[in-house]
Design a protein around this ligand. Structure first.
Ligand SMILES: [Zn+2]
Length: 96
């Protein structure tokens, strides 16, 4: 699946965690435009992990100062919850 982050196309890959996992539920690589998600996660956790990786990419793509994992999660988890709690608004924002 392809997704766009700030107009850059990323390949979203759901796969069984192998060497990329190292205890994480997802990984993102700006250089090769890929986001990896552990395919074994429940769907809601998988999407929460995707939001986490998207926030990582937003930071990297804008040369923002390095943020630790807790700060990334502190932004991505409320954003994920906001999107889940307001689907009609999300449609309006997306223009659909
Ligand atoms: Zn992270």
């Amino acid at each position: 699946m392809k997704i766009k982050i700030i107009s850059i196309e990323f390949e979203l890959i759901e796969s069984s965690p192998g060497m990329w996992n190292r205890g994480a539920m997802g990984r993102s690589h700006y250089g090769d435009c890929k986001i990896l998600l552990d395919e074994n996660l429940p769907e809601n956790v998988k999407m929460q992990t995707l939001m986490h990786e998207i926030v990582h990419m937003i930071y990297q793509m804008n040369d923002l100062p390095h943020m630790d994992e807790a700060t990334i999660s502190g932004l991505s988890n409320p954003l994920f919850d906001f999107l889940r709690q307001n689907p009609e608004l999300v449609k309006r924002i997306a223009g659909i």
